[in-house]
Design a protein around this ligand. Structure first.
Ligand SMILES: Nc1nc2c(ncn2[C@@H]2O[C@H](COP(=O)(O)OP(=O)(O)OP(=O)(O)O)[C@@H](O)[C@H]2O)c(=O)[nH]1
Length: 334
């Protein structure tokens, strides 16, 4: 039996940077490891947990809030206990933090835990190469997150990949290792192989930890809220597209399956918006009951107004949901 402590790797990064995509890549490509996953969703509907559930040996969702807020550090401890039960035979644990979590506090929580079966295995910060500068402007504190990383993944290299950006990220992160990736496709060996560099947590200064002690600093997620919208009645594609085109500036992130119920296109359209980015990922519903389940995350959101505007996209009359109506959605399918 393996008596080595199980490494716990944290995957963090701002909203929509590609954490779930990266975790899924790891799960698919690290087949010689049994991986347990804890998924921390910011919204009440666990969209990210659903997205990794099919790939993983053991997964525990931790929804509705930010893990870093230690409302539930005991809860995290219990999850890690469950994932480290010897009969599960887990070799490594990945925690996908919500896009608004504070990595410093997460690292600290892991280091403070007293479970002898785990060892902190490092922090991976996923950065959105396309939105890098815009996100820094919006949240200067993201620079600090980079400095806690063991590995910075500069994701979305298929969209943007330039030396200047890589150099800037390296500088801002204080010289942390930076790898480029498209769709989170990093070598799992960077995280799970023995003999990689020491975890950065060892380098945290006393001041860093003390600062993290009393929650005196503000957390990114304090300014954010999430709004959920669910319905089993199909949405009218053009009306939803109109809503998406005029979405409020503060609404940075939307995700979740959409049900249009258009004959010939009665698929699951997974909506993803990240800042100005908008995509639907189309797949069959499989065993899932068709329905729209959206999480909207942003600042200054008027929840009632957003829900009312989405409710106005509902179209119960199948005759109104025509082939032509779905065309604008198909243009955004990836
Ligand atoms: N073009 C491109 N799109 C990507 C890449 N990585 C992820 N995406 C897309 O970006 C969107 C957000 O990806 P996720 O993996 O859900 O991001 P996340 O960081 O888990 O999001 P939150 O948990 O909400 O913060 C999805 O539509 C992904 O398909 C990439 O390298 N290139």
């Amino acid at each position: 039996m393996n008596t080595q402590p199980i490494p716990v790797v944290l995957v963090a990064g701002y909203l929509g940077s590609g954490k779930t995509t990266l975790v899924n890549h790891l799960l698919i490509h690290a087949r010689d490891h049994r991986i347990g996953v804890v998924v921390n969703d910011f919204g009440r509907i666990n969209i990210d947990a659903l997205a990794v559930a099919g790939q993983v040996d053991a997964m525990l969702p931790m929804g509705n809030g930010c893990l870093c807020c230690a409302v539930d550090s005991a809860g995290l401890g219990r999850m890690l206990e469950r994932l480290t039960e010897p009969e599960l035979g887990i070799d490594a644990i990945v925690i996908e933090a919500s896009g608004l979590a504070e990595p410093r506090d997460l690292v600290r929580m892991l280091l403070a835990g007293d479970n002898p079966r785990i060892a902190y295995g490092g922090l991976v910060e996923v950065m959105d190469a396309v939105e890098f500068e815009a996100n820094r402007l919006r949240h200067p504190e993201l620079d600090e997150h980079l400095r806690f990383a063991d590995l910075v993944v500069l994701n979305k290299a298929d969209q943007r990949d330039d030396d200047d950006l890589r150099e800037l990220v390296r500088k801002v992160s204080g010289g942390r290792p930076v790898v480029r990736a498209s769709f989170g496709a990093i070598d799992p060996g960077l995280l799970f192989d023995p003999g990689r560099p020491e975890p950065v947590a060892r380098q945290l200064s006393f001041d860093d930890l003390r600062h993290a002690d009393g929650h005196h600093h503000t957390h990114l997620h304090e300014a954010y809220r999430s709004v959920e919208f669910s319905t089993d009645t199909p949405l009218h594609p053009r009306r939803l597209l109109a809503f998406l085109t005029e979405r409020p500036a503060g609404l940075y992130r939307m995700k979740g399956p959409v049900h249009f119920g258009v004959p010939g296109h009665d698929d699951r359209f997974l909506l993803q918006t990240v800042g100005p980015y908008l995509r639907f990922h189309r797949s069959p519903w499989g065993d899932e009951t068709p329905g729209t389940r959206l999480v909207l995350i942003g600042t200054g959101l008027d929840a009632d107004d957003l829900r009312a505007r989405l409710a106005a996209c509902v179209e119960p009359d199948p005759a109104a949901r025509t082939d032509r109506a779905i065309l604008p959605v198909l243009k955004h399918c990836g």
